[in-house]
Design a protein around this ligand. Sequence first.
Ligand SMILES: Cc1cc2nc3c(=O)[nH]c(=O)nc-3n(C[C@H](O)[C@H](O)[C@H](O)COP(=O)(O)OP(=O)(O)OC[C@H]3O[C@@H](n4cnc5c(N)ncnc54)[C@H](O)[C@@H]3O)c2cc1C
Length: 389
Amino acid sequence: MYDVIISGAGPAGSKCAEIVAKSGFKVALIEKDTNWRKPCGGIVSSRIFKYYPQLRKSNFQQIFSISMYSPDFYNFRYSWKNMLDPAINVDRLEFDDTIRNVAIDSGAELFDNHISFDFITKDNQNIGIKTRTPSGIKEYLGKIIIIADGMSSKLAIKSGLREKWKTKEIYTCKCAIMEGKNLLDKECNYFFFRPYKGYGWIIPLNDNKFNIGAGLAKEANVSFNVNEIYSEFLHDSNIKKFLPSLNYKEIWKAAYPLPALGVKEKCLFGDNIMIIGDAAGFVSPISGEGIHASIVSGNIAAETAIMALANEKISRETLRRYKSHPYIKKIIRNFKLKTAIANFFFENKGRNLSKMFQLAEKEENFRDELVNMFLFNQAPSKDFLLKLK
Ligand SMILES: Cc1cc2nc3c(=O)[nH]c(=O)nc-3n(C[C@H](O)[C@H](O)[C@H](O)COP(=O)(O)OP(=O)(O)OC[C@H]3O[C@@H](n4cnc5c(N)ncnc54)[C@H](O)[C@@H]3O)c2cc1C
């Protein structure tokens, strides 16, 4: 019998497993496939070093500026050379492996090639999870169950805490890692907003390698096809200026959805269950950045579980602390505001964006807030919102 069972060893699950295991409780970390590369841009803001100081010594590409383009190709660039820590661009296979190992080194037991698919129930209580493994079905019993298995989580739905995502609640993205000579500044991330609800990106991973992708948001999923907009993005003459070669080696490619409307706050906890990370919508509705918020949710859920286990009270009432923690409340509030701002970005076929970029060039405070909001997930001030109006 485990104290805590965590389904999913991505950023949310690995951080949660690490914190609970460090406090001496018995943790099972269930993972579908550690060789799966999560489809992702891989941009991680400098706030990651608070949770993983060891990453300061990693070889991930450091980023010191951001270049954003409106749909009419108005360019706004911002640099932060004098900041203490840079942002980093990571390959998710390597990044997830690194942070999963931190959890294992802290004492969590990893069960790889295990697909969790249902709960084990007794007297109307979920007391464990059932998994499919290459050697048959295996069952794990636990006092607290944490659902961290991402967007396509089956357990989140089976728990009854949340429904399936609706088309208008998601971003659909397609991305690839490519290799070849390019004209990118390797210390800069590039974002290209499109005239429909969506954007593309080019994210350097080193001199020769980059992550490229494009996505659709919410109702644009109904009118457009992600394969088509991805191909159109790759062949856009403005993108070709950065990627002049005719042939780039495609190392990996995948399409995947992510939550577009912020945290599903009503679904976060139940009797001896918590949902964390993408499975609960911890993704910025503006930038699609979810690694940081997922790690924060994993950390707070872990602290909540430790307290509940120590007091031998694992009821819904005790787990409420997860949702009411100031960090979680701040993320929920912040993402609600950003959902409204993201809508504003794309009004008038994205023309609001070129106006914003022009304003950002003239006014230092506005510029700083725009970048912090997009890249560091910070909430905009009242003054910023007034100027937008
Ligand atoms: C195309 C794209 C681009 C993105 N770009 C960025 C970016 O640049 N920066 C950023 O911060 N965020 C980005 N995000 C969001 C980011 O990827 C997620 O927010 C983050 O990975 C969430 O972490 P998580 O641990 O909650 O879920 P995940 O990273 O999805 O991890 C879930 C884990 O659960 C496992 N799993 C799934 N099902 C099961 C099962 N049934 N049983 C057991 N294990 C299971 C998976 O294998 C995986 O390891 C992007 C997302 C997408 C789709």
